[in-house]
Design a protein around this ligand. Structure first.
Ligand SMILES: O=P(O)(O)OC[C@H]1O[C@](O)(COP(=O)(O)O)[C@@H](O)[C@@H]1O
Ligand SMILES: [Mn+2]
Length: 650
């Protein structure tokens, strides 16, 4: 043990070779520990809405506006403040617009450059100089650092800044400079981003969101059920692939696959057009706004039907090869009474709305036709071979997981499966039983095996678990008793469509239940929050995202346009800054154009969930804990230099 410590000190002395070096580092770290904690930004259930996502990312859920208010208080009009905010969000586009009407652009540049410099100064004030330096845009790093660093007293700051700014304008670099400094402000107002899942499905641009996330300075992602579905598809799991394609077809989003990821859907499309020629595919109408192009819509509906039938067959096969999933009850094709055109579910007979299933053999309903088999094989190759998709999935694997504990908050997308009486529900997966945190960890390790295991049977299990996560009643990411896809397509009776939520969602108000979950994750009952998404909070029905006196926050407010009529808003986001926790409710985002033209932000209302008595410092965070550890080690090193057990390296 002694030797180990000695060796560790030797290694540290490579980094801090002298008493002076170790002492300086201790002072630096202590300084960081006393800075205000960085702002965390939480977003969830983005569902492909890339424009609204980009906007919220740019405005930091009101963080830019708050900074503008802090800096300019009553010295700017509300209109000027809004224009400044829009400039920060969309500098290039905004300047293009201003140039059309503004007569004295040089004056405009000057005023706005001054304002932006003041704003960036305030935004940077929370960070160490070295951290700000790392965030500076390459082209203007030196000059921005000059402008935002406090100068010594006695110096004529005013004329110094004036000269720099005049030069920037004179040499025609004002626009590039404004873009660079605006991006810096966006970058500084949020220190770390948490995504609570469901980047994918329903909206048109999940791949664009993933591109943005890959470029973001600091992010973690808790996977949502839709994300895991795409991960399964990317791993070549046929049930996941069929669901992914079905949902794209359902929302008229085939472009995501074809243009976004370059996956060729032609074989599926030609097959669908032939098999369902003359079939109006009434049950497979598209969700959302109907496309103006009738032929395209017709083709889309046929693809929608073709892939749904393939999905029901493929899922039947997955259920058969995994009897331990106990999902036989969800296999419905073989229960259709073809003569009567009905299906019997739990003793009740329902009329099927569609009976044109030319590819289903009533004797072997779960068998794919040769052509379907071939289509799926080609699609599997396409998913596995798509570099962009694989890179997005690798990013999810590297930056994400099923849950995360961060600065005393427990983050996950869905739920912790509970029994009716609020106990952690034991769940058996491939012969082992888990609950709470262990369940989360076991399921996550299977997902990783689905990508990386060398043993083929472990890999297959991993892939099937991704499909399991998508729709199993015991999946912490699904949390409902069944996924009623079949019923929603083919039966008119609404009662068959109901997906009953896990008791988790109604027990969230009970503190003893919430504490039991926290205990299960080894977390403190006091001062910890659970933050999750997944279930839209229907504000207009009086539901609240704040549960259990603020111990639990359910922040899915519906970025997804398709769900906005149910929630009545366009999503919640959460901010955790040095003053406390702020919940922000957003109104629907019209469009990027409107935001630039009219300077309309997403109008948002902020609720304070928790205000801290004393401003939170870096020292109060997880990083702070780590830094304190480093300070401790450095002090041991310093003592070793001073008591003669270690020599300085000079
Ligand atoms: O409304 P859609 O897009 O058809 O999706 C409905 C399906 O989506 C789910 O709600 C899952 O998606 P969420 O994770 O977004 O809730 C299923 O429970 C349901 O069957
Ligand atoms: Mn979800």
């Amino acid at each position: 043990m002694k030797r180990l410590e000695q060796r560790y000190l030797e290694r540290m002395s490579d980094l801090y070779p002298t008493i002076a070096a170790a002492a300086t580092e201790i002072i630096n770290l202590e300084a960081i520990l006393n800075l205000p904690k960085g702002t965390e930004h939480f977003l969830t259930d983005i569902h492909g809405e890339y424009e609204a996502f980009a906007h919220v990312l740019k405005n930091g859920s009101g963080s830019v506006r708050r900074k503008i208010d802090d800096v300019f208080g009553n010295t700017l009009t509300a209109k000027d403040k809004q224009e400044l905010a829009t400039l920060v969000y969309y500098p290039k586009e905004r300047m293009e617009m201003v140039k059309k009407t503004e007569e004295n652009m040089d004056d405009w540049y000057k005023i706005n450059l001054f304002r932006l410099i003041e704003l960036s100064k305030r935004s940077a004030s929370k960070y160490t100089r070295s951290k700000v330096r790392k965030a500076l845009p390459k082209d203007f790093a030196y000059v921005i650092e000059e402008l935002i660093t406090e100068k010594q007293v006695g110096m004529d700051k005013e004329s110094y800044y004036n000269k720099i700014i005049a030069t920037i304008i004179r040499i025609r670099r004002a626009e590039e400079f404004i873009c660079a400094i605006s991006e810096l402000i966006q970058r500084l107002v949020v220190d770390h981003l948490h995504i609570l899942g469901d980047v994918y499905d329903r909206g048109p641009g999940p791949h664009i969101i993933m591109d943005m996330l890959q470029k973001y300075h600091s992010v973690d992602i808790q996977w949502g059920n839709h994300d895991v579905l795409w991960m399964g598809a990317a791993a070549g799991q046929w049930g996941c692939m069929a669901n992914v394609i079905r949902i794209c077809a359902r929302y008229g989003n085939m472009d995501i696959l074809e243009d976004g990821y370059g996956i060729n859907l032609l074989p599926l499309a030609t097959y669908a057009m032939r098999v369902y020629e003359g079939d109006p595919c009434e049950c497979f109408k598209l969700k959302g706004t109907q496309r103006p192009d009738r032929a395209e819509t017709e083709m889309n509906q046929k693809i929608h039907k073709a892939i749904s039938i393939i999905q029901f067959k493929v899922e039947g096969q997955i259920i058969a090869r995994n009897p331990q999933f106990k999902l036989e009850g969800r296999n419905l094709l073989h229960r259709i009474n073809w003569e009567e055109g009905t299906i019997n579910l739990d003793g009740t007979s329902y009329r099927m709305l569609d009976l044109n299933f030319p590819t289903v053999d009533p004797e072997h309903p779960y068998q794919l036709t040769e052509e379907e088999e071939e289509i799926m094989e080609r699609l599997e190759k396409a998913f596995l071979g798509c570099e962009k998709l694989q890179s997005h999935m690798r990013f999810l694997l590297a930056k994400g997981g099923l849950y995360k504990v961060y600065n005393k908050n427990l983050l996950y997308h869905g739920c912790v499966p509970l029994t009716e009486d609020g106990e952690l529900k034991p769940v058996t997966l491939y012969g082992k039983t888990y609950k709470g945190q262990q369940l989360y960890e076991a399921v996550e390790s299977y997902v990783r095996k689905g990508f990386f295991a060398l043993n083929p049977s472990e890999k297959l299990k991993g892939k099937d678990v991704m499909w399991y996560i998508w729709l199993h009643p015991d999946s912490p990411l699904f949390g409902k008793d069944k996924m009623a896809t079949f019923e929603r397509y083919f039966l008119a009776e609404k009662e068959t469509h109901v997906e009953k939520k896990n008791p988790y969602y109604k027990l969230l108000e009970k503190e003893e239940v919430v504490d039991r979950i926290l205990d299960g994750f080894g977390l403190l009952r006091e001062g910890t929050h659970i933050i999750n998404g997944h279930v839209p909070v229907k504000l207009k029905n009086g539901e609240s995202p704040i549960k259990c006196n603020g111990k639990v926050l359910v922040i899915d407010g519906g970025f997804s346009r398709a769900y906005q009529k149910e929630t009545g808003i366009a999503g919640y986001t959460l901010i955790y800054n040095s003053y406390g926790l702020l919940l922000v409710a957003h109104e629907p985002f019209e469009s990027k154009e409107a935001a630039i033209q009219k300077g309309t932000d997403i109008h948002s209302e902020t609720m304070i969930v928790k205000r801290v008595v004393e401003r939170r410092l870096v020292g109060d965070t997880d990083i702070g804990l780590e830094l304190r550890g480093q300070v401790h080690d450095l002090e041991v090193l310093l003592a070793a230099y001073r008591n003669g057990t270690l020599k300085e390296k000079i």
